[in-house]
Design a protein around this ligand. Structure first.
Ligand SMILES: NC(=O)c1ccc[n+]([C@@H]2O[C@H](COP(=O)([O-])OP(=O)(O)OC[C@H]3O[C@@H](n4cnc5c(N)ncnc54)[C@H](O)[C@@H]3O)[C@@H](O)[C@H]2O)c1
Length: 255
């Protein structure tokens, strides 16, 4: 796979950084795009000389246009795009939620996934090959109190995944989504530290009894982006330790 190139958004940290490492190890040249350009640059340097970085806000059309131009100039195009950039919601009661944060959460996840897919997808369609992997969440498929914007954004990402997959299926471009459960990242660690998530109760709700490691999500993305997944498009892959499968009363595991 050593000719392959991948753009990963939100690659400076958490799941995105794990993806950058996993894709690089599998032979991809990786372009790490992140709001935090300095951190993305340091991460790219850590991976080695053939990897690149870009400071880019996925909600900015100008930044995304520049990102696509950089990929075209430096990589001659892009085989894989992972739309991973994301922010948490505030877990406030609905009546206390403000429009500014609601809109920002929708913008980063939904508008960001759309803008980057449109810009990078254009190049993929031109050469007639490419794979896009979007990142959803279990919050987009099951009702989680106080998570209106995040849940709606993630549900929207799944709808957009199916829509683009069907539009581009005959043109060589596959589009799929991963639905991660709870993943051990700084984002989740902060929610636990702030008392917004209870780690013990979380683990009891997961049949496998543990949170995912960022690498678990990264390996699933690598598969969906790989030629081995050539006949898979428009699908969602749950990587959640059985969370979505559990429907019994009480705990799913001792935790
Ligand atoms: N951690 C989990 O349990 C979990 C579960 C389900 C889904 N997810 C999703 O996985 C993705 C990654 O989450 P994470 O836990 O690694 O988060 P994280 O906060 O550790 O990393 C997110 C990265 O995205 C970047 N980012 C944020 N806004 C951006 C923007 N507008 N433009 C470009 N980059 C931006 C941040 O700078 C950061 O580097 C997100 O889409 C998140 O919703 C996470």
């Amino acid at each position: 796979m050593d000719h392959r190139t991948a753009i990963i958004t939100g690659a400076a940290d958490g799941i995105g950084w794990a993806m950058a490492q996993v894709f690089a190890r599998a032979g991809h040249a990786v372009l790490l795009a992140d709001l935090d350009g300095e951190k993305a640059a340091a991460r790219a340097a850590e991976l080695g000389p053939r990897h690149l970085s870009a400071a880019a806000d996925v909600t900015s059309e100008d930044d995304v246009t520049a990102l696509a131009a950089l990929a075209a100039e430096s990589f001659g195009g892009c085989d894989v795009l992972v739309n991973n950039a994301g922010i948490a919601d505030r877990h406030l009661p609905t009546l206390e939620q403000d429009m500014a944060h609601f809109s920002r959460v929708l913008d980063v996840h939904l508008k960001g996934t759309f803008l980057v897919s449109r810009a990078i997808g254009a190049g993929m369609l031109k050469v007639g090959t490419g794979a896009i992997v979007n990142i959803g969440s279990i919050a987009g498929v099951a009702g989680m109190p106080r998570r209106n914007a995040y849940g709606a954004a993630k549900a929207g990402i799944v709808a957009m995944t199916r829509s683009m997959a069907c539009e581009w299926a005959g043109q060589g471009v596959r589009v799929n989504a991963i639905i991660p459960g709870y993943v051990e990242t700084d984002l989740v660690a902060t929610l636990i530290a702030d008392g917004k998530l209870d780690a013990t109760r979380l683990r009891r709700r997961i049949p496998m009894g543990t949170l995912a490691r960022p690498e678990d999500i990264a390996e699933a993305a690598l598969f969906l982006a790989s030629p081995q997944a050539r006949y898979i498009t428009g699908t969602t892959l749950n990587v959640d330790g059985g969370w979505s499968a559990f429907g019994d009363s009480g705990d799913a595991s001792p935790g």
